[in-house]
Write a protein that binds this ligand. Sequence first.
Ligand code: ADP
Ligand code: MG
Length: 550
Amino acid sequence: MLGGQTPILVLKEGTQREQGKNAQKNNIEAAKAIADAIRTTLGPKGMDKMLVDSIGDIIISNDGATILKEMDVDHPTAKMIVEVAKSQDMAVGDGTTTAVVFAGELLKQADVLLDQGVHSTVITNGFRLAANEVEKVMEKTAINSRDDETLRKIATTALSGKNIGLSSDFLADLVVKAVNAVAEDRAGKIIVDPANIKVDKKNGGSVDDTEYINGLVIDKEKVHSKMPSIVKDAKIALIDSALEIKKTEIEAKVQITDPSKIQDFLSQESETFKTMVDKVKKSGANVVLCQKGIDDLAQHYLAKEGIYGVRRVKKSDMEKLSKATGAKIITNLDDLTESALGRAERVEEKKIGDDRMTFITGCANPKAVSILIRGGTEHVISEIERSLNDAIRVVAITKEDGKHLPGGGAIEAELAMKIRNFANTVGGREQLAIEAFAKALEIIPRTLAENAGMDPINTLIKLKAAHDKGQVTAGIDIDNNEIGDMEKLGVYDPLRVKRQAVESAVEVSTMILRIDDVVASKKSSGPEGGAPGGPGGMGGMGGMGGMPPY
Ligand code: ADP
Ligand code: MG
């Protein structure tokens, strides 16, 4: 965030300069428009958006980050809102719609105060004070637990409302199993790296065929039909160079050879491959996973030795395999010694749908597992993949922190009440801004109710009454269209996600409020055409070039 000065939003040449109130109003309007556009997707009863790109490809999603990422947004402050969704998604993987909707509402409430003549500095100060208080109340309200039951509820809450049919309990179990498998205890601190959980997908079958694998799956078959289909007690060589001879070497020789000598060269070639395979065999490897190609002859010799071989394995998979099996990735076959090999209980080729895939299970280092998603259509599978990845993130976070909050708008209603009380202790003009902040928090339960088809005003009145009576976990029970106990209903959100959503929303809304001048910049030099004095503090916003005047 910039210091005391008011930031100036710099536009490209040719755009109209806007100052003071006018600039502020327009910026607020643009940001609110984005928030309004995704409001209807909030919560399990939220609607989906169908996104169609210029070549007609479609994505159907109700995930805020996904929708905003695909939206073609031109206005600079609208872009700032889109950035919030991105950074929220990067940081915690969930709560993007919440962050954006809340930011939009903060701006709406700020707008009312601006109209009443409250200065934007007073508003942003008030918002800051309120945000600090929110932090404290959240920390105090958080429920401490990281048992499987809690993790399962975190997963089902994150998965609810996604296009995954009735299988969310089933998928939640897989996610919890996977997170538990990769969780590490480092000096008393639990660390979960979601990168150790590989999510793969394969068309066909039904969602219920989605499986958890204690190991890795690679979307490749063995290179030769005579190779074994199952290798038990696998000793795995990871090679990132080709088991081939460079074409140019052979061609150069063949050109100058008379036909009778071709046989010599062929056998020479054959000899080379035999030597290669001998080196593999000598190391004790019975599985070879190669990042590059494997020549037909090399395949033949590998098969003859009963070695399972796969070629053109993705680099990212090679790295995961190395981590999981303990194998060193070898470039030169001469470095292939027994100590460079990785271990797994089983390497097996299995038929999944119409394809054959290689399963590497029971790895020496069990901290690598996979979930293989199955499902009817590409659209369904892709939405499941996005949802599963989000669920993995939130479950991982909860496993690490061991803290969650009641969802369904409960925490926001509780915060609104506590922040109103806090406002009274602050007094002055800031009090108005803090009260506005409290009101803005209520947009979350209100929208959840609205999207579930409930009367938003009556519901909010009942919800506030419940919190006034000390029912901290009272929220929107969208299945029964009434106020319910979110702790009992198992609607849990991780503390870290909620905290991040408030922080991101406050950051972007105060940044937008502090802009009171939008001027055209000099013609930009670089292709990125950035905004040199542009909104400070927002990373990755250089791509504002090519913006039409608004
Ligand atoms: P976000 O992108 O912010 O995560 P979602 O569309 O996933 O947006 O909605 C999240 C909100 O929906 C959270 O406030 C969460 O507590 C709430 N929610 C999820 N499941 C339920 C449920 N079964 N009942 C009520 N609220 C729920
Ligand atoms: Mg969500």
